[in-house]
Design a protein around this ligand. Structure first.
Ligand code: NAD
Length: 263
């Protein structure tokens, strides 16, 4: 789908990666709405980006909020062609048993139910029009798990699985799906993950942060070419290959002798 003249809604648009996606879409000539639970963040990014971008207050965990945002974008620009479910949160690195039930539920509600809510709000219309594209932000931690980050990994594996299944389901209707798997990228979230802001490790991490607009440009290309997987940080390839190899190596004889399987 060519982005020029199309309408895009980017959730978490007040944050680093969402704003990067919005900026890249504006570069392509799209009409872009940035939504965020923090309206000041979204407004500041819409003003910085320019190009007619608008900002909206939006809580992705609420279907009522989704309905209001959908109406507002349609009133301003017309129907949404590209939906980017990008809003997300993380917890500090910690032992899994220290994660409190309400923190676990909050991450799942924003990172997973928030994506479901966005899909629920837009899919039926996109299918009826036989056009549209959905981009869901997972993470490299949705492909390669990281110890002491299990809650976040659970939410991002869920987003990846949901999106890949959805891609199969929506392809016959002409609706595309892409999954963004960012590695370390400059944002409030990644700054907030650093234990000691002034340490050498923090400086090292800062140098390793990709600038969000480059992720946005990769997303724009994926929408234009209808590409499912968006890998922006290829340095994790070996880790992913090792994980896949271990899973493939676990495929021996069936647990039940003589089990015929589906064949
Ligand atoms: N920065 C990274 O290194 C990195 C790596 C992998 C994946 N990600 C993912 O990228 C996405 C964007 O993160 P970011 O790094 O730009 O962080 P960020 O904190 O800068 O942006 C996230 C934005 O989401 C908003 N948000 C939080 N809860 C919301 C809600 N209920 N409704 C609407 N908006 C809400 C926040 O206000 C914030 O502006 C997230 O899904 C994150 O998990 C980030």
């Amino acid at each position: 789908m060519e982005l020029a003249g199309k309408v895009a809604l980017v959730t978490g648009g007040g944050g680093g990666i969402g704003a990067g996606i919005a900026e890249a879409f504006v570069e392509k000539g799209a009409k872009v709405a940035l939504s965020d639970v923090n309206p000041d963040y979204a407004r500041a990014e819409a003003e910085r980006i320019g190009g007619g971008a608008i900002s909206l207050q939006h809580d992705v965990t609420s279907l009522d909020s989704w309905a209001r945002v959908k109406s507002a974008v349609e009133a301003e620009f017309g129907q949404v062609d590209v939906l980017c479910n990008n809003a997300g949160v993380a917890l500090p690195f910690q032992p899994f048993e220290d994660v409190e039930p309400d923190e676990f539920a909050r991450v799942m509600t924003i990172n997973v139910t928030g994506v479901y809510n966005g899909c629920k709000t837009f899919i039926a219309e996109m299918k009826a029009r036989k056009a549209g594209h959905i981009v869901n932000t997972s993470s490299l931690n949705g492909l390669v798990p990281f110890g002491s980050f299990a809650t976040y990994c659970a939410s991002k594996f869920a987003v990846a699985g949901m999106s890949e299944a959805l891609c199969q389901e929506l392809a016959p209707f002409g609706v595309g799906v892409s999954i963004l798997y960012p590695g370390l990228t400059r944002s409030r979230m990644s700054e907030g993950q650093m234990p000691d802001q002034d340490s050498e490790a923090a400086e090292f991490m800062r140098r390793a942060m990709m600038e969000p607009v480059w992720l946005g440009r990769a997303v724009a290309r994926a929408v234009e070419t209808n590409t499912l997987h968006i890998i922006t940080h290829p340095e994790h390839r070996d880790g992913l290959a090792a994980r896949f190899d271990a899973i493939l190596a676990a495929h021996g004889d069936p647990a039940q002798p003589g089990y015929p399987g589906y064949t």
